[in-house]
Structure formats: C-alpha cells, structure tokens
Design a protein around this ligand. Sequence first.
Ligand code: ATP
Ligand code: MG
Length: 403
Amino acid sequence: MIIFVRYAELALKLGNRAVFEQKLEKNIKAAMAGLRFKTSRHYGHMMLEVSEKDSEGVAGKLANIPGISNFSIVSEILKFKYPKSPTEKWAIAKLTEIAKIMALEIISPGEKKYWPKTFCVRSKRIQKSFPMDSPKIEAKLGEMILRGIPKLKVKLKNPEITCHADLVDNKAYIYFDKIAGLGGLPVGTSGKIVSLISSGIDSPVASFRMTLRGAQVVFVHFHSYPHTNKASQDNVREIVKLLTQYQLESRLYFVPFLEIQKAVMTNAEPELRVVLYRRFMMKIAEEIAVHEGAGALVTGENLGQVASQTLDNIAVINEAVAMPILRPLIGHSKQEIIDEARKIGTYEISIRPYADCCSLFVPKHPTTRADLAVIKKVEKKAVFKKLIKEAIKKAEIENAVLS
Ligand code: ATP
Ligand code: MG
C-alpha cells in the first residue's frame, strides 16, 4: 500500500522545514513501530510504502499524528513507457487508461455505499515531458469520465468525490479524496511543557492543544489520597493514556497534596484557600518542569469560569512562578471545550464522579480578588517550604507509551 502524507504547517516554516520533516518522519515511525514500511520524500510530501500485510489500521494511526494535514491512500499506479517525443495522441491513450480506473471507482459503491453525483479531477504534472499541462489533463480526464457516466456533474468546490492523478517520473499515481489529519505541528518541534492535569474536562483539552502545537507534554496531577479515594488518579491515568495516542509517550507525576492542603487550612482564611492551593501547585509544577527541561506550564483555566479564574486571581497565581503559564482555553466557552473533549475522547472519562483534591476544603465563597501581600505572608511560614519539598520527594512517576 502506498500512502501520500501531506505536511500541515511545515510549509510555512521555511528555514526549519528539514527539521520539521525529520521530526514528523520519526514520529510516524514510532507510531507505526512493528509494521513493515518505508518512508521517502516525494514531490513535496512524504510517501509511505507499507507492506500489504501490515496495511490494516495504518490510516487510523496517521489520523492521530500531529503535523499531518491530510493523507491519501493510492489506489493504483500506472507505469508508462515514454516515447522519445510523446505526442498528444499518445497522451490521450494514457489518460483513457486513467479515466477508466477513475470511472470504475465512481461507479463502485464500495465502502461509500452510494454513487456520487458530483465529482472533480485534480492532477499534478511533475513529469514535464507529458505533453499536456495539469489544467488540460484535468479537463480531458473529466470529459472522458463524463462520457462514460453522463449523469455525473462536475463540481469544483466540495464535490462528492475527487479523482487525483499525479504524473511523476514514468508513473501515474491515482487516488481518491484526502483523509483529514490532525493538522498542527509534529510533537517535539516546540520543546517540552508541563501540564497541570486534573481529571476534569478542561485540562485534558488544554494539554491536547499543546500537543497539537508540537509540544511534548509532561503531566502533573495533585491528589489528596488517602483523604479521597484513588478514582481521580485512575481517571487521570486513563486520560493520559488516551492523550498518549497523539504524542506517543508521556510521563505522569502523581504528587501528594493533602499535607499542603491541611497546612493551608490551618494557616489561612478559608476564602484564600483556592488561590493558595493553585500557587503551591504552580510552584511544585515549576520545579518538576525545571527537572524535566520544560519551558512552560499549561492549565485548563478559563476566564471567569470559577472564582479562582478572575483576572485578579490569575495575576496572583502567575506571580507564584517565573515560568510562563499557558492557558490555551482562556477564551473558550464551556460548550466549545466539551465538544473538543468529546472529539478527543476524554469527555467520557472526565464526567465520571470522582473526588477532586480541589473540591476538598473549599469554602462556599472563595475570594475573587486575592490580596498578594496577605497570600505571601501565609506562604512565608516555614512549614510550606518543608511540605513542598516533601511532596516533590514523594511524587510517583509513571511512563505511558502508545499501545
Ligand atoms: P479542569 O476541568 O481542568 O479540572 P476546572 O474548570 O475544574 O478545570 P479548576 O478546578 O479551577 O478549574 O482548575 C484550574 C486548573 O488547575 C485546571 O484546569 C488544571 O490545569 C489545574 N488543576 C486543578 N486541579 C488539579 C489537580 N488536582 N492536579 C493538577 N492540576 C490541577
Ligand atoms: Mg477541575
């Protein structure tokens, strides 16, 4: 099986293009480990030659790799013997062969289970000695197909089927339609990032967004075990496993947070708790990020969604660390986030009932305008320095790989 894989935003990255291509190739190889296939660069896209025995499931794997805009499974390859000076008559004979294959595909319901009523032909002529240019090839093929199936209509925008013929070297590659990829950038081209992941709806989506932007995401989850059961950890583990489909390998830190929460309870006014929890989470995540060689933190925060997510509180939370805190969902509506969570498959896990560490010891009315000076005074207490150290020391690390 031959597949043409087209790069998403790589074309824009002129200077770095080679690096991006290599990363994508490496990621494809890792995603398809165990299968027999070859990759090569082929007139502007990547060509995969997969052994027939291993071709099942390949499309599903490619659809999960960031950096691919779309791909096509080549239906047929015709080999031409070019005469010294190819004539138009010779070209028409070759196009007739191609048109027959296209017409056959159009009238065979196959997996489509319907007969398309509209079509268009697209061609790329890389082999310049073919004596017609691409627009002429497209027009001729269209004409031939219409002669065979007169009911069909040409539609250039959004036809039900697009028939492609690319003429390269002495071959014609024939394929139909393009299968959408994830888009974005190949994982690893934007460095590493630490994601604070709860088992809620938002942070898995925020993490996925960063994966799509080419970042390798390391996950950190804070839990209140044994005060809560292990459901949130189990859910996070499952979410990370799902997200690993897109980034191939993941590391997940489980950080015990209960002692810090208890100390916050005894040392601060109830209304300050949430902001204090969040600042301690950031401080711990930042230490992990430094250890991991990551350059930023990411959260699922969303402006105005809950009390800790007001502009004032976000400013106070940012002040806790030097590292940038990225909030890819800051301007999204809840419905948009839910729709995306459904699409990537994390929603069903996130809505399971669980006891979140942050729902513990939270007052009815947390402050929406935390006073930084007051917060800092609480944090100065020696107990916190010790507890942060301990929490990091007791963190459990798990690695997930694509399975
Ligand atoms: P989510 O749906 O991601 O849980 P949320 O809408 O419930 O978010 P908050 O509870 O205020 O909002 O959490 C804000 C962000 O803080 C989360 O998106 C996540 O990045 C981080 N966070 C919250 N709880 C935890 C946790 N237990 N472990 C790690 N990060 C957390
Ligand atoms: Mg939450």
